[in-house]
Design a protein around this ligand. Structure first.
Ligand SMILES: Nc1ncnc2c1ncn2[C@@H]1O[C@H](COP(=O)(O)OP(=O)(O)OP(=O)(O)O)[C@@H](O)[C@H]1O
Ligand SMILES: [Mg+2]
Length: 381
């Protein structure tokens, strides 16, 4: 998959910007605050119908305007052309998404259709903070490659919300939730065990993708691992039935505590994924450069995983990936991503690109200045 053209109107600080991208590496260069990340965000709107970092579409409308419009052309590996248009109106809150002039709804049906992989400073918490961000990462990758997983996840969230409400209401009114919980327990076990089985399988398969990416960036002296750690250790085989038994046992064991806290304490919403380098937990011991390298390895792993599963090459969006990396790692990263697919890289520093890349039709440089872009295949003096 690749984006051949993009037009932004009243989107963030872009009044009217037009891009014709190359098939290989597209570098967005410019000083801080000039609108590079905004271009990456617009590409995420094309492929995911939404921003990769803010939930509120209204924030993306240019100050003082009412409507933003994004038009783009995507071409699939097999040559199929998709003309995508997205328009959001702040005053009505209405968002229109169309593919080849056909209005598309619900927006969730676009998930996985146009695979992209994004690495941005917004994702740093995946390696450095609590399990929420890692669960979100894992859910996002599996969902892009499996609509059933995504649907089950939505069902699970619905069940969790209902179950939490019953527990909290009971706690507040000092009553026993009793049989009210039973149907929700059954659904929690059904959807939860499926999600856990898929997460376990995913981590098993994903390990090799991370190792291979990490080794290409660093060499073999550092060994990255990712481990799936459900709420409590499971000794049986990690089958769906194994997880069903685990969840049923835990629901019984935690019943009293759940009533005391008024919330669901058992299920995949409490899973952890441990990231390690040479057997040591990243979150506790790693340097900033190791964090960044791991994050980029996760993203390159995601790229190869999705390429394999979706039968469509994802687009790579790499926002500000060089900070914290030493020159050696940065150069290896650049030559690695240059071979992957169509890639977008933002940077404030032209120096990374001067001797590594030939800029012709395939690779392009765009100088972004105050929401305007100038395409150039050479560096400005
Ligand atoms: N809704 C909006 N309307 C107009 N301008 C906006 C809006 N939202 C953000 N901006 C402006 O966009 C600019 C930030 O753009 P962006 O994040 O793309 O910068 P950048 O080039 O990636 O910078 P950096 O190198 O610091 O990451 C800021 O000047 C900000 O004021
Ligand atoms: Mg930026």
């Amino acid at each position: 998959m690749r984006v051949t053209s993009l037009r932004l109107r009243n989107f963030r600080n872009h009044t009217d910007s037009h891009f014709e991208f190359g098939e290989g590496t597209n570098v967005l260069l410019g000083d801080n605050g000039h609108g590079k990340t905004n271009v990456i965000e617009a590409i995420s709107y094309l492929c995911l119908t939404k921003s990769f970092y803010t939930r509120a579409d209204s924030l993306a409308v240019m100050f003082g305007q009412d409507v933003f419009e994004i038009d783009g052309v995507l071409i699939a590996d097999q040559g199929h052309v998709y003309r995508i248009r997205i328009a959001y109106q702040q005053s009505t809150g209405e968002k229109l998404f169309s593919i080849n002039q056909q209005h598309t709804e619900p927006l969730s049906c676009v998930i996985g259709k146009f695979p992209i992989v994004i690495s941005s400073p917004e994702h740093a918490p995946i390696t450095s903070e609590g399990p929420v961000e890692r669960r979100r990462f894992v859910d996002f990758v599996i969902s892009q490659s499996s609509p059933i997983y995504f649907e089950t996840l939505l069902e699970y969230r619905r069940v969790l919300k209902q179950r939490n409400k019953i527990l909290l209401d009971a706690k507040l009114s000092k009553r026993d939730p009793g049989p009210l919980l039973l149907p929700w327990d059954e659904q929690l076990v059904r959807y939860g065990s499926y999600l856990m089985m898929r997460r376990g399988k995913f981590i098993e398969e994903f390990q090799q993708f991370i190792s291979s990416a990490y080794h290409q960036l660093v060499g073999r002296e550092e060994e990255p691992t990712i481990e799936y750690l459900p709420v409590s250790r499971i000794d049986e085989t990690r089958s769906e039935e194994g997880f069903q038994t685990l969840l049923q046992t835990q629901l019984r064991a935690k019943g009293v505590e759940e009533k005391r806290t008024g919330s669901t304490l058992v299920g995949p919403h409490r899973d952890e994924f441990l990231l390690k380098i040479n057997g040591r937990e990243l979150r506790k011991f790693a340097s900033q450069g190791q964090h960044k390298t791991f994050l980029v390895a996760l993203k390159i792993g995601e790229f190869f995983y999705l390429k394999d599963r979706c039968q469509e090459t994802p687009i790579m969006l790499l926002d500000d990936i060089f900070s914290e990396l030493d020159e050696h790692r940065a150069k290896r990263l650049l030559s690695l991503v240059g071979e992957l697919s169509q890639t977008f890289i933002t940077s404030t520093n032209p120096h990374y690109f001067d001797d590594t890349m030939a800029f012709e039709d395939r690779n392009k440089i765009f100088h972004i200045q105050e929401g305007n872009s100038v395409a150039q295949n050479t560096f400005a003096a």
